[in-house]
Design a protein around this ligand. Structure first.
Ligand SMILES: *[C@@H]1O[C@H](CO)[C@@H](O)[C@H](O)[C@H]1NC(C)=O
Ligand SMILES: *[C@@H]1O[C@H](CO)[C@@H](O)[C@H](O)[C@H]1NC(C)=O
Length: 383
């Protein structure tokens, strides 16, 4: 969006007056000529004060911020997967981070001893080794030092913390790993940024490990709403996991952070379900009045829980756009900086929507015959 003319004029005026009030030697080179260094350093320091795309979030604790997340962030419906209808996202993880999402969820499996990003089974959709994906995320975090990022990995084959630790170390991402400090609660984004411990990693079903203390067992810190939703009327704010935490209000009192799952599946049979892209513009809408919309679901949970969702997971995040709901919850709507929206974001769903797919045609499914057979054999939902 282009800034309005009055706001452009106002910021230019601010920049100019700031520049004039600087001491002369900052503005001038040794020869007394004006250089560009003063204005660019002003711009840099302004950008440096934003945390997760807004200065308003720096002083907020990690648990007071809503972190918008890409569900199955590694499983793409794009040319890399021949537009597989098993894919949950149109844009990859680093493009999601560029756009302002700060939570990436994915599922991993054990493929011949390698932790691999696989969707339900490695025959269906294999997005490569986790180590490679993490290395790309590390590169992004290196280049974006004021950003706090959260990962949530579903541990499909129950691999242990040591196996994950090896992969995190290999990718270099371990250096950013945040380790909670006992009962003092979650730190502010600014303090995580200042200490450079700005990656929070949750792994579903892993034991805590003294050797890799930044690998956090998800359900010691987080509770989730249901993830098996098959209609827009199916979203609610009831705690689904971990059951042992009781009701959502009890889980909140115990200090668990709420994760609101907000994606739905389209059933092709009672056992075969695909990410539902047909309704995505409604599903991800910021509307607080449309049934099934992200905005309404978030508002309902905030009312029921007495606190907003800390984590939200959506499919096809560029639609909605989903970030608008998080921005509203964070009070920063229309006031963010440093985001890049990929070309084609939120575009029409002409890419192989499950609603129009002829299931009998393997080519339309974007997967090979063996994968298709494995997929039907799996007879489980694509979480
Ligand atoms: C996402 O795509 C961009 C552009 O194609 C690429 O540079 C980047 O490495 C990709 N990121 C991941 C996590 O694959
Ligand atoms: C919440 O939603 C899930 C998924 O749609 C459903 O299975 C569950 O019964 C719902 N719970 C309540 C209390 O409505």
């Amino acid at each position: 969006m282009l800034p309005s003319l009055p706001s452009l004029v106002a910021s230019l005026a601010l920049l100019t007056s700031t520049a004039y009030s600087l001491p002369r030697n900052v503005l001038s080179g040794d020869d007394g000529r004006l250089t560009l260094s003063a204005p660019s350093s002003i711009i840099m320091s302004k950008r440096d004060t934003a945390c997760n795309n807004s200065p308003a979030l720096c002083s907020k604790s990690y648990s007071q911020v809503t972190h918008m997340g890409a569900h199955d962030a590694a499983f793409l419906r794009d040319s890399s997967t021949d537009n597989s209808i098993a894919g949950n996202q149109y844009f990859n993880a680093t493009l999601a981070l560029d756009a302002g999402l700060r939570l990436l969820q994915a599922q991993v499996h054990n493929k011949n001893g390698v932790i691999e990003l696989c969707h339900t089974t490695c025959d269906l959709l294999d997005a490569g080794p986790l180590a490679d994906w993490l290395a790309t995320i590390k590169g992004w975090m290196d280049a974006n030092p004021n950003e706090v990022v959260t990962l949530l990995l579903v541990n499909g084959d129950n691999q242990d913390a040591a196996a994950f630790g090896d992969v995190f170390t290999k990718s270099g991402l371990d250096k950013y790993g945040y380790v909670p400090t006992g009962s003092s609660g979650w730190p502010t984004l600014q303090s995580m940024i200042s200490s450079n411990k700005r990656l929070v990693t949750f792994i579903a079903s892993v034991e805590a490990s003294a050797a890799h203390p930044y690998l956090l067992p998800e359900f010691a810190h987080v509770f989730e709403t249901a993830y098996e939703v098959t209609s827009l009327a199916g979203f609610n704010c009831t705690l689904d996991r971990p059951q042992a935490a009781g009701a959502a209000t009890a889980a909140l009192q115990a200090g668990l952070l709420p994760l609101m799952n907000h994606f739905s599946y389209q059933a092709l049979s009672s056992a075969i379900m695909f990410p539902n892209v047909g309704d995505i513009d409604t599903t991800n809408s910021p509307s607080t009045s449309t049934p099934g919309a992200l905005g309404l679901h978030a508002q309902t949970c905030q009312t029921q829980w007495g606190s907003k969702p800390v984590f939200v997971l959506v499919d096809f995040w560029d639609h909605g756009p989903a970030l608008e709901t998080a921005d509203k919850l964070n009070g920063i709507e229309g006031k963010t900086t440093g985001r890049l929206t990929p070309a084609g974001a939120g575009g029409s769903n002409k890419k192989n929507s499950a609603g129009s797919t002829n299931v009998g045609t393997v080519a339309n499914l974007g997967m090979g015959r063996a994968a298709l057979v494995a997929f039907f054999m799996a007879a489980v939902m694509l979480f």
